[in-house]
Design a protein around this ligand. Structure first.
Ligand SMILES: CC(C)(COP(=O)(O)OP(=O)(O)OC[C@H]1O[C@@H](n2cnc3c(N)ncnc32)[C@H](O)[C@@H]1OP(=O)(O)O)[C@@H](O)C(=O)NCCC(=O)NCCS
Length: 182
């Protein structure tokens, strides 16, 4: 089924977020360190549940998809990743991702994005994948630049998140950039 599309890398499976993942995801989405540069730090499991519901309807409304990142060996959910704000007429979408703090620095996002990006270009026919990163989120910038994303500029006070107007760095990778890396 379209809503259940899964992807796989050597170490990880990307699958639909399930009810059984809620507590684990809440532990990440309520962690102030993980969410420092994200839109919000959730206090209650209900907020996490509502977010999961929103994410799980993305495929149905044709705007994107968010997967749980599952470690094949342990079966643990390590975080989520996917694309949203897909604009079919412009063949572009935005990507997003986060990992539980204990999983940072192991190359997990590199491995996972190395399957999500070709999926976006080859299976979805996108031409541009963009990312908006809050100024100061060096780990995310580094991860994206290592994947071949290029910084295009800074949108000043673009978002009101975590109680402040915050600048966003715009990065993107084009289909032609990706092709040139192979
Ligand atoms: C953004 C985020 C996913 C990046 O995670 P990450 O683990 O640093 O990302 P990567 O997969 O690129 O891993 C690179 C790191 O793993 C290390 N690494 C270990 N094994 C590796 C491997 N096999 N391949 C590549 N890198 C490897 C690298 O040396 C690098 O570490 P360094 O930054 O100390 O040099 C993570 O910091 C996060 O969840 N942040 C909070 C949520 C967030 O801000 N999301 C983005 C919103 S725009």
């Amino acid at each position: 089924m379209y809503g259940l599309l899964e992807l796989e890398t050597d170490r990880f499976t990307l699958r639909k977020i399930e009810d059984g993942d809620l507590e684990t995801l809440h532990s990440y989405w309520s962690d102030e360190v993980v969410t420092e540069y994200m839109n919000a730090t959730f206090k209650s499991i209900e907020e996490t549940q509502q977010m999961v519901e929103l994410l799980n309807i993305l495929p149905e409304i044709g705007e994107g998809r968010r997967w749980a990142i599952v470690d094949k060996r342990s079966g643990s959910v390590l975080g989520t990743c996917g694309y949203h704000n897909m604009k079919a007429e412009h063949r572009r979408a935005e990507i997003g991702f986060e990992l539980g703090r204990e999983y940072w620095g192991r190359g997990i996002m590199q491995e996972v994005m190395n399957i999500v990006i070709p999926h976006c270009f080859e299976d979805l026919g996108l031409n541009r994948i963009e990312a908006f990163v809050t100024v100061g989120n060096y780990r995310s910038l580094k991860a994206l630049e290592k994947l071949g994303f290029k910084q295009e500029g800074v949108l000043r006070e673009y978002e009101f998140t975590q109680g402040n107007f915050r600048d966003q760095v715009v990065l993107a990778i084009l289909r032609s950039d990706w092709g040139n890396q192979i």
